[in-house]
Design a protein around this ligand. Structure first.
Ligand code: UDP
Length: 244
């Protein structure tokens, strides 16, 4: 088992520790939740465990389909071993249906399917409140090299396709999501997490929101929604295994 070393970073939802291997970090998921730039704070029971499990399952699915990720293995109920990366300070958001900040900014009704999917970049900066940026800003601020931006774009489109198709049989619509990437010995790896904290999942029949919007918008049933996503994704993975 990897040895948990120095705490390297503590964020809103996770802690990252060094291990006895300089190439590996341990990521620990917390139950704490924040929204609206940290203005709203709360706890979602079992969120740490659920997001660990979901991230592990999604990363494994994606790795099996050609996306290089930082994920190595789940090492505890709320802990996973990952390849050590330096996070590229650019959040990559992919969107299929208008929701959240996009609906507001462009005056679209939430739930309106986009004629074609959209990718957006945000500069990861707490002081600046994560402003939206484009390829030129990334180059001007030297946040990432041109080929790294291309890799992030390519992987984000592929993740959108793979995750959308993967979730369909579970009656989950992938509305939008945020990805983060990191550099490991110069290689761009998908990192961070993939969970109801970072994706919008809607039930394909009822349209019910099964993600962090239940917390952001005080819709109630937050824990149940996270549990429901995990139940459905675990069932998908079991079916995949039995098919081979
Ligand atoms: N998102 C995220 N972290 C952020 C901002 C957004 O994980 O700091 C995710 C969010 O869950 C959604 C997508 O990115 O799936 C698009 O979010 P949006 O820009 O609509 O912002 P929001 O309405 O969440 O503030």
């Amino acid at each position: 088992m990897p040895v948990k070393g120095e705490l390297l970073y503590e964020g809103k939802a996770k802690r990252v520790y060094r291990t006895d291997d300089p190439d590996h970090y341990l990521v620990e998921f917390k139950d704490e939740a924040t929204a609206f730039d940290g203005l709203k704070k709360g706890t979602i029971a079992r969120k740490g465990e659920i997001n660990t499990r979901l991230s592990a399952l999604f990363f494994q699915m994606l790795a099996g389909r050609g996306i290089p990720t930082h994920f190595i293995e789940q090492t505890g109920p709320r802990e996973m071993l990952v390849r050590a990366v330096d996070i590229i300070p650019v959040e990559v958001v992919a969107r299929n249906i208008a929701a959240g900040s996009l609906a507001k900014r462009l005056g679209l009704a939430e739930g309106e399917p986009l004629k074609r999917p959209v990718l957006e970049f945000y500069y990861k900066s707490d002081e600046l409140h994560d402003p939206m940026i484009n390829n030129y800003h990334i180059a001007a601020l030297e946040l990432a090299a041109g080929d790294q931006v291309e890799a992030m774009e390519g992987y984000a489109w592929k993740v959108n396709e793979l995750l959308t198709e993967f979730l369909k049989p579970a009656n989950l619509v992938l509305v939008d999501f945020k990805l983060e990437f990191g550099l490991h010995h110069g290689q761009v790896l998908l990192a961070d997490e993939i969970s109801p904290d970072t994706c919008r999942f809607w039930d394909s029949t009822s349209g019910e929101k099964l993600d962090k919007d239940r917390f952001r918008r005080d819709l109630g049933g937050v824990e149940d929604a996270y549990e429901e996503v995990l139940r459905r994704v675990e069932r998908l993975c079991l079916n995949l295994e039995s098919v081979g």
